[in-house]
Ligand binder design. Structure first.
Ligand code: ASP
Length: 354
């Protein structure tokens, strides 16, 4: 009898304990959900790491910030209407590729032999699918071709003539290589021609860095899907078919729904050596660091001063935009009303238009 009673008590006690643990779990889950509330959308853009806005005229500052704002409005508009993060990052990068103020598409820097070779990549954080092109010479919008490599080929990275030919087959818009020329990039190339070009290392010396102007975009959409895209003309006077980090998945670009989406800008060789974009993902995934901690750790501990900048968005919509160069043109918006367009100290911030 006594044993039966004891057993009944034990069962009751266990039931209460289980119920209260379940209730506690429920409360915890609720709390975590509240704490971890995901933005409906978030987007960040960079227009290249490089000099400070102080090194440019007011007019140049206004023009660059104006373009960044237009790019931000395009991406934000797509996400607000429920569009996908992939469509948003592609549209933003296409806009910036068409803008001659940036070192991507029209406005791409000159190679040593006086032409242009373009690199781009895109990644879908939901599926891990990705596509990239390197050294294309005739494709007006390399990011569009990178997306087609992702969706319409079994490959990840196509280069040179083969990539241009794939563009032809896919009927993307083709242009003469001279379409990418601008007077500013030509002047920079002329200047470089006067210097020694025979040492490949000279291209990436700190004092020669100048304005990078690469473009990139990361976004989170209402489905919780992340995407990243990057496009560049590379470095002025690059030679021997040099390829930077921008078309290298894991170095210049990465997206993973569980952690974050990343797009980098800076000295490509350093970003490739340190596998920078994936390094941010790995810190979040394996070391439990926040997005901001991961980005800062990479910029301060892994990269060297003046190497470049990083934009990233985590799965909840937190945004990080950091650089260790004097400046980085950048912009960000999210569903809470954030709307920032900045280039080092030149800043334009206003609430989102409802
Ligand atoms: N990362 C690019 C490259 O090395 C350049 C840049 O970001 O400005 O090709």
């Amino acid at each position: 009898m006594q044993t039966t009673l004891l057993f009944a008590f034990a069962v009751c006690f266990a039931a209460i304990a289980v119920t209260s643990t379940a209730a506690q779990d429920g409360r915890n889950a609720q709390k975590t959900e509240q704490q971890e509330q995901r933005m409906k959308f978030a987007i960040a853009i960079h227009g290249g790491a490089g000099p400070s806005s102080k090194q440019a005229s007011d007019e140049a500052n206004r023009a660059r910030i104006g373009s960044m704002r237009q790019a931000l409005d395009i991406g934000k508009g797509i996400l607000e209407k429920g569009g996908t993060s992939l469509d948003a990052v592609e549209a933003v990068v296409i806009f910036l590729e068409d803008d001659p103020k940036f070192n991507a598409g029209r406005g791409a820097v000159f190679t040593a032999d006086g032409s242009h070779e373009l690199d781009a990549s895109i990644m879908d954080g939901r599926t891990g699918a990705c596509g990239a092109v390197a050294g294309v010479r005739r494709v007006k919008n390399p990011i569009r071709l990178a997306r087609l490599v992702m969706t319409d080929s079994p490959h990840v990275l196509l280069s040179g003539e083969g990539a241009d030919h794939f563009g032809e087959l896919k009927q993307v818009e083709l242009v003469e290589n001279s379409y990418f020329d601008t007077p500013e990039t030509r002047a920079k190339w002329e200047e470089r021609k006067k210097q020694k070009l025979d040492n490949p290392q000279s291209m990436i010396q700190v004092e020669d860095v100048g304005y990078f102007g690469t473009v990139g975009c990361v976004a989170l959409d209402e489905n919780g899907d992340l995407a990243a895209a990057t496009s560049t003309g590379g470095m002025t006077a690059k030679q021997f078919g040099r390829v930077g980090d921008s078309p290298i998945i894991g170095a210049g670009t990465f997206a993973d729904n569980e952690t974050c989406a990343v797009s980098c800008t800076g000295k490509g060789e350093e970003f490739i050596r340190r596998v920078v974009a994936f390094d941010i993902v790995a810190q979040m995934r394996y070391a439990n660091r926040t997005l901001q901690e991961s980005v800062q750790h990479t910029l301060r501990e892994t990269l060297k001063p003046n190497d470049g900048g990083i934009i990233a968005i985590d799965r909840l919509g937190h945004i990080s935009m950091e650089y260790n160069t004097p400046g980085m043109a950048r912009a960000a918006a999210d569903s809470s009303g954030r709307y920032d367009v900045l280039w080092s100290d030149a800043k334009e911030t206003e609430p989102a238009k409802k």
